[in-house]
Design a protein around this ligand. Sequence first.
Ligand SMILES: [Zn+2]
Length: 231
Amino acid sequence: MAAAWALTLLAFAGVGAGLLLGHTWRLSHHLAAIGGGVLCGIALFWVIPEIAESFGWIGSASLAIGACCALAALDWLLSHSEHSPRNGIAGPLLAATAIHSFLDGWSVRAFAIQPVADVAVPIGLALHKIPEGLALGWIARRSFLKVGKAVAAAAAVEAFTLAGAVIEPRANRSGVAAFGEGWSAAVLAVIAGSFLFLGVHALAPARKRAGVVGLFVITLLAVGGIALLRR
Ligand SMILES: [Zn+2]
């Protein structure tokens, strides 16, 4: 639970900076690229191979890619569902970020019992939480007339990180009781998919900036190397 608190506080710091600065830092793209590389590496070299042990490679890869596409579609739908960009752009975007934060908290708790990943997952998630908070704070500031409302909305969205972390152990116990081993594999697939989506999401908008793709690839390969050494 400590990691979930740390993630939420980092996001709050990002939100505060985003509200104050009014624009995102250049450095935040590089942080996001490293975080995205860690998360994609964990998904590709740790989580998918683990699901492959019970579902086979084709099954586990399609589960993860399916979850990634579903999240991408949801994100696209929520962020494109308003007609007027000036009024109420915040609503759907806040909803998408709340769902995403919930998964952040869920993942950090789910990996807390896995060796190595119990360190790598919080680091990967922490590196994307600051840019995420920055962007959220910046958008909330532009979408709400009152600063107080912007702070409340952005903080409420990031608090879903804690909700995910609180619910994970309970939901996991009842899920395993009801569905057996298939439950764990399905949850891991959704997490792998969300990590892949996060990685691509971190990389895509900033890919033309100097060093961003390089940092992503180096981090991805480093995580892959560590995973191979441990096998
Ligand atoms: Zn996040």
